[in-house]
Design a binder for this molecule. Structure first.
Ligand code: KIV
Length: 272
């Protein structure tokens, strides 16, 4: 029996045990109560309230505009729908990079109001003091390296990261620093598969990949992408499990036609 199936509630300790046993960790994003409930019931290990909400929920081009209050709103909604998965809330751009006091205040606010289990933030060496301070306050932290969407204006593109040796070595060193600072797991986004495998082998904490190959300890995808709700986004790493956009469009077209033709509502769908 897998560790994940035995447990009533996924904790950071359960995840550590899964890595030790070689059991892969599954993680998906969710941003609202109804979706989180379905994802949790389907047996996911971790639900990430990602700042990708900025793109897929609010329609922004980047993750930068989403605010702490908006992330807290999404986090609170998700937590209410979840009984089993570990819920991680992304710390949005501008709420932890400035200084570690700002970081701890933002993390405490997220935890107090959403009742989530952990926070996630992007960066390595530059944010280590913030990570240490949040961890010291008893809040589990998930790191995020490789493609870091909050730094899009620094890099200019969403292309594969750490293909050159210097960047790859910095990523490995940052991963070790995050582990030493007390992170319970890290996400690696869009990096060469060999590098993902190396980091997963070198670290004791779970390494969850998105476009980081199969050699890491788990996988994460944005739920709108894997369900086919987003149409234009199709990177190589994405596997679509459903074409929800065409199912929804089809259903709405049928509804419109039924209303126009007076087929809806019929006698059974109205009150005497
Ligand atoms: O915000 C997000 O959805 C993420 C995932 C891509 C890991 O950080």
């Amino acid at each position: 029996m897998s560790v994940q199936k035995e447990v009533k509630r996924v904790t950071t300790h359960v995840l550590a045990e899964m890595k030790l046993r070689g059991e892969k960790i599954s993680m998906l994003t969710s941003y609202d109560y109804s979706m989180a409930k379905l994802v949790d019931q389907a047996g996911i290990d971790i639900i990430l309230v990602g700042d990708s909400a900025s793109n897929v929920m609010a329609g922004n081009e980047t993750t930068l505009p989403i605010t702490l209050d908006q992330m807290i709103y999404h986090g609170k909604s998700v937590v209410k729908g979840v009984t089993r998965a570990l819920v991680v809330v992304d710390m949005p751009f501008g709420t932890y990079q400035g200084n570690s006091l700002e970081a701890i205040n933002s993390a405490i606010r997220i935890m107090k109001i959403t009742h989530a289990d952990a926070v996630k933030l992007e960066g390595g060496k530059e944010v280590i003091e913030s990570v240490e301070r949040i961890v010291q306050a008893g809040i589990p932290v998930m790191g995020h390296l490789g493609l870091m969407p909050q730094s899009i204006h620094k890099y200019g593109t969403y292309s594969v990261r750490a293909q050159e040796e210097v960047e790859a070595e910095k990523l490995v060193s940052d991963a070790h620093l995050l582990e030493q600072a007390g992170c319970f797991a890290i996400v690696l986004e869009k990096i060469p598969a060999k590098l993902g495998q190396r980091v997963a082998q070198e670290l004791k904490i779970p390494v969850i990949g998105i476009g980081a190959g199969g050699g890491v300890d788990g996988q994460v995808l944005v739920i709108h992408d894997m369900l086919g709700l987003t149409q234009e986004f199709s990177p190589r790493f994405l596997r679509r499990y459903l074409n929800l956009s065409s199912l929804i469009t089809g259903a709405v077209e049928n509804y419109v036609a039924d209303v126009k033709s007076r087929d809806f509502p019929n006698e059974k769908e109205q009150y005497d």
